[in-house]
Design a protein around this ligand. Structure first.
Ligand code: BGC
Length: 749
């Protein structure tokens, strides 16, 4: 037991260190320099045990309503300096009390980091990240992360495990919901926007939190789409597809990285020196810290690369891991390993230094309680403004997949509408898997949103069927309700259990017997709208063939029902575009727009000897970048300033876009290029720029773009990024397969 008098002496020592170091801070020195000196002073006071404690992150244990959410053993470990960081302890009051234990009752009073998976909102839930990416609105995406940070930081959290920046082209993988889709260029922009949103412009403010780019790297290509499985991607794919968003996060000053459950080049990511040291530290100069994913250190034994938890600890710290999440391998082994000289104290110091630096950057040493302000928790969480922003984000994220004969928007003078399906009034599914502190009672479901929008319309509700069931007993009621209505709105899709971590699916059809009900209802001949809820692309060919209107609502968050009602009744004109391809069949996976031509491309002719399937088309059901509007847009007048440009020149071009319909609308103009002749094979299309433009009916705008030679670089055979001269095709359109304008330019030496 540490005595009170010792606390006092150490507290005074610390205060002296802070005073000395802050007095010595000259105006000219960078803040980081000054923090580094503070870290060094502190480090010199720490015992080996205390250092190792800083590398240790553990979960909460008590229930949410207890005073600290941790049991007496964990509290004692904090006092002894054995735990430096916690995950899952939330709420201003509990976190304040746990922080107090660390600051006032441990020998050196080092504050704790409080982590939480704040993935798409804290209490006010915005749509899942994949849905937000469908907005193609980087400002809105940044704002959404900002709000999440404001709410989380008011409730004790100073570190989120987001953004997940894994690019994925395999919708069987349940975690596609947590990323920005299939494209590395767009994924990089989203990654940076989300980091900026969480971390703000100054990490030491009370409402900004540390972000974490995860899962470093390649986790988005699990073999056979199966969660936690290995990846076997080429170095080319790693550099071209998986690493760019992580580098974009770095350039946005992300504070932390998380390793992944998978392996790269047959080395588990948690012990990949190639990833964690060669790339992250040596090539990228990252000066934040790296945390493992949950228990990945002890999982090295299952991977078959470590005999026991002790050798797993050695391998991971040597590879470049700084913090152990959940496996306790560091705290249990490192002290002995130093004695046995298998790990040097210097190795440990490097990791401790990085973690302490992050704590300084957050301002925790100046005020350890800054994230536990009960007043802010009362006034800044789930505010009407945050709800409004969540509603706007949800509107922007939805994608109109089909709208035959302009069935949508529906008339506000409808008298009776049937609302059918398991999601229609299920708040849990509206929140999704990563619901953080979201609560059912705060969710506006679709049924609720519709009733609020049109109080004088009769909305007849029947659940009809559950997600995963063989029980057809609700069919009759659903059919009878549909018969009484002028229009049927069907809310179907995946439950919150179907997507997210550990929710890979071999079939990406609509689960259970929901389709049976859809088909029965379809025979009634009523106008039908399908509102689709899902965390991943689904194969919905039958729906696409038979149902006139389909709205992709994803997992829309707290305000989801309001946002859908806004779209269905025309108060918001849908503007989302798919950030990921919807396959026609699982057999096409991996499927993505930026594929390569092959030596025998499918040219649409009858030949059997082309790169195609015998039984299904090559084309997806809905391509990347696809999404309809209640209006339509005309593209015209492509002007490329100079058709030949040197490597140091900028390629500038403009085009006109006109809203040719009757209502205001937003279009995402997409600019792709194709490198026509190169030393290595190149994709048929690569997204290079985009712009989301709002146009009044009849309005025309001229939009200019510019790209540089750097945007056209390729990875040569030696895996070096170079730019080659030659001709490029410019393809501008409304989706990756709806190209409206084409041109060419040449890059010359
Ligand atoms: C997930 C991470 C997450 C961590 C902590 C893991 O299982 O892979 O993405 O941040 O748990 O909750």
């Amino acid at each position: 037991m540490i005595k009170k008098s010792r606390f006092l002496i150490w507290s005074i020592t610390l205060v002296v260190i802070y005073m000395v170091t802050s007095c010595n801070t000259s105006e000219n020195k960078t803040i980081t320099d000054s923090y580094e000196r503070k870290v060094d002073s502190l480090l010199s006071l720490m015992t080996l045990t205390e250092k190792i404690g800083q590398l240790n992150l553990v979960g909460r244990d008590g229930n949410r309503n207890s005073a600290t959410q941790i049991g007496p053993k964990k509290a004692n470990d904090i006092r002894k300096g054995l735990v430096g960081n916690l995950i899952g302890v939330v709420g201003a009051a509990p976190n304040r009390e746990v922080q107090r234990i660390a600051v006032e009752e441990s020998r050196l009073g080092i504050p704790l980091l409080f982590a939480r998976d704040v993935i798409h909102g804290y209490k006010t839930l915005t749509p899942i990240p994949l849905a937000e990416a469908a907005s193609w609105d980087l400002e809105a995406i940044e704002k959404s992360a900002r709000i999440a940070a404001i709410e989380a930081s008011a409730s004790g959290i100073n570190w989120t495990y987001a953004p997940m920046v894994d690019i994925s082209r395999d919708p069987r993988w349940g975690r596609v919901m947590e990323g920005a889709g299939e494209d590395p260029y767009y994924g990089s922009l989203v990654a940076a926007a989300r980091v900026r949103g969480f971390q703000g412009d100054d990490l030491s403010k009370e409402n900004t939190i540390l972000a974490c780019a995860k899962h470093f790297a390649g986790y988005g290509s699990p073999m056979a789409g199966r969660e936690y499985s290995i990846i076997d991607v080429s170095m080319r794919e790693l550099y071209e597809v998986h690493l760019p968003p992580f580098e974009a996060a770095l350039n946005a000053s992300v504070g932390t990285y998380m390793t992944s459950f998978t392996e790269v080049n047959a080395v588990p990511a948690t012990v990949s020196k190639f990833l964690l040291t060669d790339i992250l530290r040596e090539q990228w100069n990252f000066d934040g810290f790296v945390v493992t994913d949950w228990s990945t250190i002890t999982q090295l034994m299952e991977h078959g690369v470590a005999a026991d938890s002790s050798s797993a600890a050695v391998a991971s710290i040597k590879a470049g891991v700084d913090m152990d999440m959940g496996s306790q391998a560091f705290v249990r082994n490192l002290e002995n390993l130093v004695k046995e000289k298998k790990v040097s104290e210097k190795d440990i110091d490097i990791a401790v230094r990085r973690i302490l630096l992050a704590k300084y950057r957050l301002g925790l040493f100046e005020d350890p309680y800054k994230y536990t302000n009960p007043e802010r928790e009362k006034t800044e969480v789930l505010t009407p403004q945050n709800r409004e922003a969540a509603r706007e984000m949800a509107q922007k994220s939805m994608v109109l997949l089909k709208n035959e004969n302009q069935l949508l928007p529906l008339s506000k003078s409808l008298k009776t509408v049937a609302v059918i399906g398991p999601v229609a009034d299920d708040p849990r599914t509206h929140m999704g898997r990563w619901k953080a502190e979201g609560e059912r009672k705060d969710v506006i479901t679709l049924l609720h949103g519709l009733k609020k929008k049109l109080p004088n319309t009769k909305f007849l509700y029947a659940k009809g069927v559950d997600y995963d069931t063989k029980d057809r007993s609700g069919f009759l009621e659903a059919i009878s309700v549909a018969k009484q209505a002028e229009v049927v709105v069907l809310a179907i899709g995946e439950s919150q259990k179907h997507s997210g971590e550990a929710s890979s699916r071999a079939s990406i059809d609509i689960p259970g017997i929901q389709m049976e009900l859809v088909k029965k209802l379809h025979t009634l001949g009523k106008p039908m709208v399908v509102v689709l809820y899902n965390g991943r692309p689904l194969t919905i060919n039958w729906i696409n063939d038979h149902i006139p209107a389909i709205l992709e609502a994803w997992i829309p968050g707290t305000e989801g029902g309001n946002a859908i009602a806004d779209i269905l009744f025309g108060d918001y004109n849908p503007s989302g575009k798919l950030p990921i391809t919807f396959p026609y069949s699982v057999g096409q996976i991996p499927i993505f727009y930026s594929y390569k031509n092959t030596g025998r491309p499918d040219d649409g002719s009858d030949t059997k000897w082309a790169s195609k399937y015998y039984d299904i088309p090559n084309e997806p059901l809905y391509p990347f970048g696809y999404g309809l509007s209640y209006t339509n847009f005309k593209y015209s007048d492509l002007k490329i300033k100079k058709s030949k440009v040197t490597m140091s020149d900028t390629i500038t071009f403009s085009m006109s876009i006109t809203n040719a319909g009757k209502v205001p609308g937003e279009e995402v103009i997409q600019v792709y290029t194709r490198d026509l002749l190169a030393s290595v094979t190149r994709p048929v299309k690569e997204l290079k720029r985009f712009k989301k433009v709002l146009l009044k009916p009849g309005e025309t705008k001229t939009i200019s773009f510019s790209i540089t030679a750097n945007d056209l670089k390729l990875l040569n055979e030696q895996l070096q990024w170079i730019t080659e001269p030659g001709e490029f095709q410019l393809l501008i359109g409304s989706s990756s397969s709806d190209i409206r304008l084409e041109g060419k330019f040449e890059l010359i030496e």
